[in-house]
Design a protein around this ligand. Structure first.
Ligand code: SOE
Length: 386
C-alpha cells in the first residue's frame, strides 16, 4: 500500500479536523493510500506537544522550515492562520512538497495567484480545503444538476450564518484582524458558499455587494485565541478591521442569478450553511445543520403529491456512503474532511491534481475581491476585471 508522509502546520480547529481525517481514513477506505502522520508543527512547544500526543502524530516541530528538508514528508498541510499560508506554500513548493491548504487560500488574489503559479512551476500537487463539497447531500445536489434533472438553472441562493461575535465584549481575535485573516465573514464564510456555487452551477460573471462592521472596536485579548475565546472585560480596545457581514448578488455564466449572505451576527445561527437551487424542472435545498438531508422537488411529480421531499443521503447509493454504516446511519462534519483527504490521497496516487485545488482557491478569491471592489466603488464589477 502506498504511503504519503504528512507534515502538518497548525494544530487548532482545522489541525484537529485534518488529523482526525488522516487517522480514520483507512479504517473506512482501506484501499486509499496511507497518510503517515509524521510531523505536526506549531509555534508553542507545549501546545504542539500536547496536540502530537492527543491527535496521534509521530513527531512535533516548532519551526515549519524544519519540515521541508525531511525525506519522510511528501505533503505539507497548511492550516495555520491565513497570513502564514503564502510564505509556507511558496517554500514548500520550492522544496517539491505537495500542498494542502485551508481556505481562504490567501490574504489577496495576487497572493493566491502567486501560490498557484509556484505550485505549477515546481510541478507539485495542490489542494484547497473546501470541505463542504464532500457532504454526500451536496454531492447529490451536484449529480442532479449535472444530469439535468433540475433542468435549466435560474437561481442559486446561499447563506452562511453564524453568531459567535454577537457580544460586543467578544475579544479582537485574529479572525477580526485584516492583516491576519484577509477579511471577516466574507473570506471565512462567504468563501465556502462561493466555492459551493462554483462547484454546483459554475462560474460567476459579475457581482455587486455591500458589507458592514457592526462592532468597530473590541477588547484586545491577552493571548492568541480563536473561536472559543470568551467575552473579555479588558479595557484596552483595538479596531475591528474586517467585515462582520457581507451580502452580494451575482450573475452566472449559465444564465442564473445568485444571492449570497455571510454574517457572524445572525443571532441563534451557529453554523447555518445553506443553499437553494431552482431550475426549470425542480429545486434542491441544503442546510448544513441537517447535513445528511437534501430537500428535492421535481415539477413532473404527479400533481396530487407535488412538494419538497426529504432525501436522506445516507444510502449506499449516495457518494461515499457504501464505505460507512448500514443504510440510514448518519455521518457528521468530521466526515467531510475524511472524504476530502480521500480525494487528496487518491489524486497523489494517480498522479493528478486533486479537486478542489489552488485554481479553485484563486477563482474563489477573485469573486471575494470583485465583491470588495464593487463595495468600494458602489458598482457592478465583472469578475474578469481582476
Ligand atoms: C468559523 O467561522 C468557521 O469555523 C470557519 O472558519 C470554517 O471555515 C467554517 O467551516 C465553519 O465556521
Amino acid at each position: 500500500m502506498k504511503e504519503i508522509g504528512i507534515g502538518m502546520i497548525g494544530y487548532k480547529f482545522m489541525g484537529k479536523a485534518h488529523s482526525h481525517a488522516y487517522k480514520d481514513l483507512n479504517m473506512f477506505f482501506p484501499d486509499a493510500p496511507v497518510p503517515k502522520m509524521n510531523v505536526i508543527c506549531g509555534r508553542n512547544e507545549e501546545g504542539v506537544r500536547q496536540a502530537q500526543r492527543q491527535f496521534g502524530w509521530d513527531n512535533y516541530a516548532t519551526d515549519w522550515r524544519q519540515l521541508l528538508d525531511r525525506d519522510d514528508i511528501d505533503l505539507i498541510d497548511i492550516n495555520a492562520p491565513s497570513d502564514a499560508h503564502k510564505e509556507i506554500a511558496l517554500a514548500a513548493a520550492a522544496s517539491k512538497k505537495h500542498l494542502f491548504c485551508e481556505k481562504p487560500l490567501a490574504l489577496s488574489l495576487a497572493d493566491a495567484r502567486e501560490m498557484l503559479d509556484a505550485a505549477e512551476k515546481h510541478g507539485v500537487k495542490h489542494m484547497v480545503g473546501f470541505n463542504y463539497r464532500f457532504a454526500p447531500a451536496v454531492q447529490l445536489a451536484k449529480k442532479l444538476v449535472d444530469e439535468g434533472r433540475l433542468g435549466k438553472i435560474y437561481h442559486f441562493r446561499a447563506w452562511f450564518l453564524q453568531d459567535w461575535i454577537l457580544d460586543p465584549s467578544f475579544p479582537l481575535v485574529w479572525r477580526l484582524q485584516k492583516e491576519v485573516a484577509g477579511s471577516g465573514s466574507h473570506g471565512d464564510l462567504g468563501a465556502h458558499i462561493i466555492d459551493l456555487a462554483h462547484f454546483l452551477i459554475g462560474d460567476m460573471t459579475e457581482v455587486i455587494g455591500m458589507n458592514e462592521t457592526f462592532v468597530k472596536e473590541r477588547p484586545i485579548p491577552s493571548a492568541m485565541t480563536g473561536l472559543s475565546a470568551k467575552s473579555s472585560d479588558s479595557s484596552a480596545k483595538g479596531p475591528v478591521t474586517v467585515d462582520d457581514a457581507t451580502l452580494f448578488m451575482s450573475r452566472f455564466a449559465c444564465g442564473a442569478l445568485g444571492s449570497f449572505e455571510a454574517t457572524r451576527f445572525a443571532a441563534g445561527h451557529r453554523c447555518t450553511n445553506s443553499f437553494e437551487i431552482n431550475g426549470s424542472k425542480g429545486s434542491v435545498k441544503f442546510d448544513f445543520e441537517r447535513m445528511n438531508e437534501l430537500q428535492v422537488y421535481f415539477t413532473d411529480d404527479a400533481e396530487d403529491v407535488q412538494g419538497f421531499r426529504r432525501v436522506v443521503a445516507t444510502d449506499p447509493a449516495h457518494a461515499y456512503m457504501d464505505a460507512w454504516w448500514p443504510a440510514g446511519h448518519t455521518i457528521g462534519y468530521e466526515h467531510t474532511f475524511i472524504h476530502e483527504v480521500l480525494e487528496l490521497m487518491h489524486a497523489l496516487e494517480e498522479d493528478r491534481q486533486p479537486v478542489p485545488n489552488f485554481a479553485d482557491g484563486v477563482k474563489c478569491q477573485q469573486v471575494l475581491e470583485a465583491v470588495d471592489l464593487s463595495i468600494a466603488e458602489r458598482r457592478w464589477v465583472s469578475v474578469n476585471e481582476l
